[in-house]
Design a protein around this ligand. Structure first.
Ligand SMILES: NC(=O)C1=CN([C@@H]2O[C@H](COP(=O)(O)OP(=O)(O)OC[C@H]3O[C@@H](n4cnc5c(N)ncnc54)[C@H](OP(=O)(O)O)[C@@H]3O)[C@@H](O)[C@H]2O)C=CC1
Ligand SMILES: Nc1nc(=O)c2c([nH]1)NC[C@@H]1CN(c3ccc(C(=O)N[C@@H](CCC(=O)O)C(=O)O)cc3)C=[N+]21
Ligand SMILES: [Mg+2]
Length: 315
């Protein structure tokens, strides 16, 4: 007799799901333009010449154009002072055509990230990185104006793949301010039972093995192996790691924090890298910016006249 056929996880197609979301956004922007003569505006501030940052920022600007947003670009040299960056933030805070402001991270070492993120107007903090938005994210019953894009994209991938969250065991690997910590909070608000694995965790494999849902965000290539995974689990791989590969034109390829080949034989669902969480991050950024513009319109015109309602109205 043959051995039992190899199980294969369902691949969650982040490219296709993100494209659907961008189509929904495009249609809302069209309506907004026709009815109110306005479109959402996103400002992106980039400081310095990091290659990866420039790639992400280029992708964001291209997607803005695709859905019909206006994008405002501020490219500053790597030796720009904190004061100059704060001035750029302030100018966008005061510009009513700008509904969202993103300061690409990391910033050069001589600039304090928290100082800059705190200067972004709460109503325009489409990354959800302002300390007040993060504080509200941590509290029950106090919705933030914006939820960070990458964790929001992870939850959306689970929802759109029909994966139940409430009551399930979830493990988040990583506890950064921008991914791991907010991802754990979002899962908790959705009634998962959440554990967080970090660099000091003893025996991470035994903890991951209990999880029905795994979100991996550690920035360590192919660390989560097949035998760490509970059969049938849903695996969301945020990791985006460049590893040398002479067979590629670029000289490298991208891999996740999860060993995809091994994991896809055990998991029920899995996201690929690239093509999983990455495209969703940008789609969620556009969605946050659209909601921000809707919120502004809701203040200018009576809500009942507004065909496109904001998802969350400012608290
Ligand atoms: N696709 C997307 O849209 C995005 C992808 N990313 C990618 O996600 C990954 C994580 O990013 P980010 O959160 O910014 O990374 P950080 O470096 O800020 O944080 C990494 C976290 O992982 C933990 N960690 C490191 N090594 C291990 C280990 N061996 N076992 C368990 N935990 C470990 C660290 O623990 P400790 O706190 O103890 O130091 C830390 O909490 C990166 O690959 C990044 O490129 C990031 C943002 C968006
Ligand atoms: N203020 C701020 N907000 C961010 O949201 C932010 C940031 N700073 N700094 C860096 C991280 C990283 N990040 C990614 C976005 C898209 C992809 C993405 O689209 N990735 C593609 C592959 C891209 C490629 O081929 O290089 C994919 O996974 O399919 C990845 C990573 C946003 N970040
Ligand atoms: Mg984000």
């Amino acid at each position: 007799m043959d051995a039992s056929p190899e199980k294969v996880a369902k691949i969650i197609d982040g490219i296709a799901i993100a494209k659907d979301i961008r189509l929904e956004i495009t249609s809302d922007v069209q309506k907004m333009k026709e009815v109110y003569g306005k479109v959402p505006g996103l400002a992106v501030i980039i400081v310095g010449e990091r290659k990866d940052s420039q790639t992400y920022v280029r992708m964001k600007r291209r997607m803005c154009a695709e859905v019909g947003f206006v994008s405002f670009d501020k490219d500053m040299p790597g030796d720009a002072s904190e004061e100059e960056v704060l001035q750029a933030v302030k100018a966008f805070n005061e510009d009513s055509a700008v509904h969202g402001i993103l300061v690409q991270l990391p910033l050069p070492k001589h600039i304090d990230e928290q100082t800059v993120l705190s200067a972004i107007s709460l109503e325009k903090d489409v990354d959800g990185f302002h300390p007040l938005n993060i504080g509200r994210l941590a509290m029950k019953g106090r919705d933030p104006l914006f939820v960070p894009c990458t964790p929001k994209g992870c939850i959306d991938l689970l929802d759109r793949s029909g994966i139940k969250i409430a009551g399930k065991r979830a493990v988040v690997l990583g506890r950064s301010n921008i991914v791991g910590m907010p991802a754990a909070l979002l899962l908790l608000h959705r009634d998962a039972t959440v554990s967080i694995v970090h660099s000091k965790t003893e025996d991470p494999a035994s903890i991951v093995r209990q999880a029905d849902i795994v979100i991996a965000a550690i920035g360590r290539p192919e660390t989560v192996r097949g035998d760490w995974i509970k059969p049938g689990a849903a695996i969301i791989d945020v990791g985006t790691n460049a590893v040398d590969d002479a067979s590629k034109k670029a000289g490298y390829r991208l891999v996740g924090d999860v060993h995809f080949e091994e994991a896809s034989k055990v998991a029920g669902h899995i996201t690929p890298v690239p093509g999983g969480v990455g495209p969703m991050t940008i789609a969620m950024l556009l969605q946050n910016t659209l909601n921000s513009a809707k919120r502004v319109l809701a203040k200018e015109v009576p809500l009942e006249k507004l065909e496109i309602r904001p998802k969350q109205v400012a608290v």
